[in-house]
Ligand binder design. Sequence first.
Ligand code: SF4
Length: 427
Amino acid sequence: MELPGESVRALVEALAVAAPGWLPTVIDVGDWAKRYGARFNSWRLPTSQIKRKQLADVYGTDALTLLRAVYGPEAPGWLPELPAVEVLRTVLVQNYHICTDARGREVITRRETDTDGLPPGKLRINSPYDTDTRWAAKGKDLAWNGYKVHLSETCHTDDTDTTHTPEDAQAGQQRDTPAKPAPDELPNLITNVTTTDATVPDVAMTDPIHQMLDRRHLLPGEHYLDSGYPSADLITSSQADYGITLVTPLQGDKSPQAKAGAGFDHTSFTIDFDREQVICPQGHTSSSWSPSTQRGVDTITIKFPTATCRPCPVRDQCTTSTRQRRQLTIRPHAVQQALTTARDQQSSTSWQTKYALHAGVEGTIGQAVAVCDIRHARYRGLRKVHLQHVFSAVALNLIRLNAWWNAHPMDRTRTSHLSRLELALTA
Ligand code: SF4
């Protein structure tokens, strides 16, 4: 509701400055000032659905009237070059459609759903003032209009610096005298900052982040990631392309049997990739092995013969298919192997202890929010917001280096003023 109204308002504001003599010749300034005088976030839209629809129709009609005037023969030729014109034109196309009713009258109505031609969220403008922002949601409670920032930082285990790079090695040699610091005493430094619009899924950024780290010779040996970043393909390609081991939880087997924790899931079957055959828990051999691509992902579909499965005494534990035969979908050999190994590893206590190291980045995000207010964009447009994120990362690195060089203990994200005073007095 606010978007088309505010987009009309943005153009009217621009025209009132750029073409103050022309604007009153195409609109009733007094009437439009009542509708578009105040920003739309400064007053409440009506709650009645009927009134909302009426308002939406008015905004659509006003947008069309204004744009036709701007592109009309009487308008100054440079008016369409105003950025607010193109924004309103796009908002109008994305949110309304114009048709003719049974009496031949032009009707403008709002697109309500994607079946009306409403574009997907990743393409839809959400603000006339920043056309790069997008709406996104996480879970049921969190929704925002804007961007996502991906921060990568160094981290250290007791015996491993996970960012072994030539630059680090040289820096380490210079700092080695008189005593080499223990790995867990080294500051964690942000090594990469990526900004995307809010609709880009985390998993789409894993490889681009590796490419950026590779360009700067900062690839880690192990990369600890949130569960949103990995996929089975990325585990194999990161190892093959960059020599990186991803330490990250993978989604479990999604088969109905695995989800229910009952019956025969994938692990109950013996897969022979060389002979392209699968042996089921009853010792029967699959009848078909069909590689295919599903939504851009390479898969292999395996079927067992109906004649074998129908009389099987344990069929209830194996399949609920109406065709009364079991079907499996697996990934190509290398990917399937990586998937199985990763799932086996992540259930072990040692892996979970190791993965706890990943929680450190939550502290970095907390620090970025508390110190740099990184969740609020100070600029408009993806490129400038990215620059803000880079500046924030540089600031955090300087704070951490300053603390390390001056032997100050690393601050906690929630240190009370009293505790801070106590630290200062004892320093
Ligand atoms: S239902 Fe078919 S695949 Fe499953 S155990 Fe029985 S014979 Fe094997």
